[in-house]
Design a protein around this ligand. Structure first.
Ligand code: GDP
Length: 427
């Protein structure tokens, strides 16, 4: 993906998340100098299979699995320091060298125990189906200008004041929600004082560091979490995450200028899944959904929740192509469809008998649209050993051709299994 024209590449999910971004980033990171996470928090979970081992990374970019690649957590991420160190320690135990190549933006906001408490005790969070990791409340504090940033750990007195303010607000919220739980400022300050020395070693002006690396010719990969349809602006609001998952958010969240992004790769499953509540126009009937779930191992990496499953939705992907300015697609999990005799693909929607070509803004309308399907023949042959497009069964190639035509975006990769080598690069 990197060449003389493309030095900064952004990878985004083009559906509702869990598209297999972690695997794609892992594949592309081999050729990158820097990998930067730009939004979300420990609610994301990338699963990477490597050498028979499985790594689930919640906050650290999956580029960390490539020796020598520098990884950064950008200012747009809300960072849970406690789980960050759990993740680092696990990687080190598995023999991954993290020392000196992981950076955390000094402008990133912290997710603290009271954010998690608020998330778990909130009826609104339950209605959306959040992961309960405190991400929403931490972003709320950020936007309300009462957040705590990594760099605040450098000033203990200021930190105490900020924690006090954050906790007072959290406790008012907890009381209002009818919860009898309360957050405690002393415990939070003690936690931060314990973690500060380890965290401050990693603190860096990430935007500046990456800018300098770019000037020196580095290849930079911006790694998105969640998916475009979960973007706080472009997603199926209010069933969205609290951050900008799309490529616009990549610039802001990595601390780079929008003009520095040279290409945007959208990762899409060959079908569609969604975790949590909210509309899913191509959701399959329960028995078929169950079959896809079983074949695709569609259970959340962070929560283990079963994912809702359905067919490829070209309206969703076309929308993602537009709002992200996608320059290429990576189609994942083609192998999951290997056994189906016929595969429906949604080519458009109707709403009250009218044709729709794009996503409506109104969630209620999205919940009511009818998906218009085309039935494509399945290939009924295993694909996971294929490494060249030409070696795929003709029906599988026709299926992929149809997806890229419907999406109106060229396909650059096809993934046919969980392992790093199970990838087809499209010439
Ligand atoms: P991400 O957050 O977008 O990286 O997605 P997740 O890691 O939550 O989910 C993707 C899951 O699909 C992981 O378990 C991957 O190992 C797996 N996966 C990725 N690509 C493929 C593929 O081509 N085929 C199969 N069978 N599994 C894949």
């Amino acid at each position: 993906m990197f060449d003389s024209e493309v030095r900064t590449l952004c990878v985004v999910g083009a559906q509702w998340g869990d598209e297999g971004k972690g695997k794609l980033v892992d594949v592309i990171a081999e050729r990158a100098d820097w990998v930067v996470r730009y939004q979300g928090g420990a609610n994301a979970g990338h699963t990477v299979h490597l050498g028979g081992r499985q790594f689930v990374l919640h906050q650290i970019p999956s580029g960390i699995l490539h020796p020598g690649v520098r990884c950064a957590i950008g200012n747009g991420v809300v960072l849970d320091p406690d789980t960050l160190f759990t993740e680092i320690d696990e990687l080190v135990r598995e023999g991954v060298d993290v020392e000196g190549r992981l950076y955390v933006s000094d402008r990133a906001h912290l997710v603290l125990p009271y954010h998690k408490l608020l998330d778990c005790e909130s009826a609104a969070s339950r209605a959306i189906g959040t992961t309960g990791r405190g991400i929403g409340p931490a972003y709320e504090d950020k936007v309300a200008r009462r957040g705590i940033r990594v760099q605040d750990l450098r000033h203990v007195d200021r930190l105490r004041e900020l924690v006090q303010g954050g906790i007072e607000h959290a406790n008012v919220q907890l009381a209002a929600s009818g919860s009898d739980k309360r957050a405690n400022a002393e415990d939070t300050v003690a936690l931060l004082e314990r973690l500060a020395p380890r965290l401050l070693v990693l603190a860096e002006d990430v935007g500046l560091a990456v800018h300098r690396a770019r000037l020196a010719g580095a290849a930079v990969l911006l790694e998105g979490a969640q998916g475009s349809l979960l973007d706080v602006d472009h997603g199926t609001y209010p069933f969205v995450t609290s951050s900008s998952t799309t490529s616009g958010g990549a610039a802001t969240g990595a601390g780079l200028a929008p003009t520095s992004i040279d290409a945007v790769l959208g990762v899409v499953k060959a079908y569609t899944t969604r975790v949590g509540n909210g509309p899913l126009p191509t959701e399959a009937e329960p028995a078929v959904a169950e079959e896809i779930r079983k074949l695709g191992g569609e259970f959340g990496a962070t929560t283990g929740r079963p994912r809702r499953c359905g067919w490829f939705d070209a309206v969703v992907v076309r929308y993602a192509v537009r709002v992200n300015g996608l320059t290429g697609l990576a189609v994942t999990k083609l192998d999951v469809l290997d056994t189906f005799a016929t595969i429906p693909v949604c080519v458009g929607y109707t709403l009250d008998g009218e044709e729709l070509d794009t996503m409506p803004a109104d969630g209620e309308s999205i919940a009511r649209v009818r998906a218009v399907y085309e039935q494509l023949p399945g290939w009924e042959k295993p694909t996971s050993a294929v490494r060249r497009l030409a070696d795929l069964p003709p029906a599988a190639r026709a299926y992929l051709d149809r997806l890229q035509d419907l999406a109106r975006c060229p396909m650059r990769y096809v993934s046919v299994g969980t392992r790093r080598d199970q990838i087809i690069e499209v010439p």
